[in-house]
Ligand binder design. Structure first.
Ligand code: B12
Ligand code: SF4
Length: 535
């Protein structure tokens, strides 16, 4: 069977570096490769299917090329994969375009957002035949066999005689070693390693990719939908399988790998075996991972550093214990201090802290405590994002009960908590405090950790233009822009007070208006990129 897989991108989250070609002729993209479709592609090919992938980040395969290819090659099924709420409008418009030129092709949606909103997505997008919930590997194989009558395909939401059917949920697969490595060579793209943030901080120009060594996380943080997506389970690949993939990647010339695991630091024995395997096999790839600060595996930080782990990222969230408890983070400030200090002491080059601001019940004092805490920790990099609420999280449930969101009206949106929750500080206060806090933090870092700051800037300086580094540093001080552009509104689908409901309206407007908005978004992205590339 011939299947097309498309990774639907939100243009805010990748960019083309000025130098766009790698030595092998591939176009270079700064961002994360689409490991979801790459995983499905290798599974399908091994089973004898023909599979063609498209990544919307590729400037040579815009939507029109994908459409033309569908018209020409007539695949039996097209799978659209996207990560989150913010890409939904783009996926929806592409699905409509595909349906417009081919009435028979089966269209499938998959990924975290659709998993958590399957029936609603199916109802809102009649042109989509199948909404695929949860892990996709076995599901897509089963679907390829039974797509004419998918009644037996677990994890599928579809419609028969106008009635939405939710096939039984597929139990989370435990044996992840059975799947082949993702098909990374099936796209003519090379990726460049940047910080996984929406800032253009280039970490190395090595051939970069992502890897998934485990799935899920069993903690109860109220803002996170990973436990629901993974049925509350954590599952992992064996150390041998992970090391074999590292060797494979080294043979293919990769120099940097980031783990997209939700919590890599969960099982010490496995981490130890992975590190030993890397060293024993002379793998020299630099890698990075994310994990909880309360992990018992942190005695292995020295072994990880020896095995070329260069980056560890912690979800710290707040410098106020009250807020950590409110978010059900189940971690203490002391645990964070210990973990960051241990990682630095072990020689991990970049230790990153993810923080959230604009949390429920947060006061100005709590916010200040967060920036002071971040300053005191020997972190190399940090970011402070406004807390958002997504459907599928415990926080969304709480907001439903408090009547701050309405499932029927809001399910496909996400909100900055501060826009809808009266227990949060106002956006104005948060932005003011964030700017002041960042200023204090930078000055503190320069005074107390000058060497560390210099080393990091030197690393950026190796691969980034001075102008971009200056922008990166000054960004927090540049002040607030006048408001979201239409492109941002579409991309982020966030409700701002002054444009209440326009995000919702944008996803419901007729096709031609949606197309215009997408075109405007792309033009704006290109303009920003050209501006940043001009000397
Ligand atoms: C890496 C990552 C990123 C990277 C981008 C990665 C990329 N490829 O472009 C960056 C940093 C850019 C990013 C940005 C954002 N992210 Co993010 N991200 C992740 C993370 C950690 C891993 C994703 C991943 O690679 N998974 C591994 C692959 C193998 O899994 P997968 O893509 O889900 O695919 C599997 C299945 O879903 C299924 N499947 C997928 N597609 C299809 C299609 C078909 C047809 C079928 C059958 C099956 C199928 O099969 C695959 C194999 O089993 C996830 C957390 C997570 N565990 O998913 C969050 C996550 C997806 N991100 C999230 C969010 C909120 C965002 C942002 C909005 C953050 C922000 N506020 O700015 C942005 C928006 C990005 C966008 N819209 O493009 C949320 C989504 C919540 C939601 N309900 O919408 C998640 C779940 C994190 C969280 N805990 O909240 N992200
Ligand atoms: S520890 Fe991280 S991945 Fe796990 S539930 Fe909390 S935020 Fe989500």
């Amino acid at each position: 069977m011939r299947i097309f897989l498309v990774h639907v991108r939100d243009p805010q989250f990748y960019s083309l570096p000025a130098e766009t070609r790698a030595d092998n002729g591939n176009i270079r993209i700064m961002g994360f490769p689409p490991i979801g479709i790459m995983s499905l592609c290798s599974v399908l090919k091994r089973a004898g299917h023909e599979c063609v992938m498209f990544d919307q980040a590729n400037p040579e395969t815009p939507d029109q090329v994908i459409i033309d290819q569908i018209r020409e090659q007539r695949p039996q099924m097209v799978g659209l994969s996207f990560l989150s709420t913010t890409s939904y409008p783009y996926a929806k418009i592409l699905a409509r375009q595909i349906r417009a030129i081919d009435s028979r092709v089966k269209i499938a949606f998959g990924g975290v957002f659709v998993t958590l909103n399957a029936a609603l997505v199916k109802m809102q997008c009649p042109e989509v035949d199948f909404v695929c919930r949860g892990d996709g590997e076995q599901l897509i194989l089963d679907l390829a066999e039974q797509f004419e009558d998918p009644v037996g395909v677990a994890g599928l939401t579809w419609a028969r005689d106008g009635k939405i059917l939710n096939n039984p949920t597929r139990p989370a697969e435990r044996n992840l070693d059975q799947w082949p490595f993702p098909d990374r060579e099936g796209l003519a793209l090379d990726f460049i390693e940047s910080m996984p943030l929406d800032v253009p901080a280039v970490l190395s120009m090595d051939r970069f990719t992502t890897m998934q060594t485990s799935r899920g996380c069993p903690w109860p943080c109220v803002f996170c939908d990973i436990p629901v997506f993974n049925q509350g389970k954590w599952r992992s690949r064996s150390a041998e399988h992970v090391v074999a993939e590292f060797k494979h990647l080294q043979e293919h010339g990769y120099g940097a790998v980031y783990f997209v695991d939700d919590h890599f630091l969960l099982q010490p024995k496995r981490i130890e075996a992975i590190c030993k395997g890397i060293v024993d096999n002379d793998v020299t790839i630099q890698w990075g991972c994310e994990g909880r600060a309360d992990s018992v595996a942190q005695y292995l930080f020295p072994a990880m550093a020896k095995a070329h782990c260069r980056t560890v990222m912690f979800g710290i969230e707040s410098g106020s214990q009250k807020i950590l408890d409110r978010l059900k983070k189940e971690q203490t400030l002391e645990e964070v201090e210990t973990a960051v200090a241990n990682a630095k002491r072990a020689g991990i080059e970049i230790v990153h802290g993810f923080f959230t601001v604009g949390n429920p019940d947060e006061t100005v004092e709590d916010l200040r405590a967060t920036f002071d805490f971040a300053a005191r920790l020997p972190l190399d990099t940090f970011n402070f994002n406004r807390l958002c609420v997504y459907r599928g999280t415990p926080m969304w449930q709480e907001y439903l009960k408090r009547e701050l969101v309405d499932d029927a009206r809001d399910w496909f949106k996400y909100f900055k908590c501060s826009e809808i929750d009266p227990t949060c500080l106002s956006g104005e206060v948060i932005n003011r405090e964030r700017t002041a806090g960042m200023r204090r933090l930078f000055l503190y870092k320069l005074r107390h950790y000058p060497l560390q700051t210099f080393r990091l800037l030197r690393r950026f300086g190796r691969y980034m233009r001075i102008r971009d580094i200056v922008y990166l540093i000054l960004k927090p001080f540049l002040g607030k822009r006048s408001g979201p552009t239409q492109a941002e509104t579409l991309s982020r689908a966030v409700e701002h007070l002054e444009i209440k409901d326009s995000a919702a309206a944008l996803t419901l407007v007729p096709d031609h208006m949606l197309e215009e908005a997408v075109a405007a978004s792309k033009t704006e992205r290109q303009r920003l990129q050209l501006e940043s590339q001009s000397p």
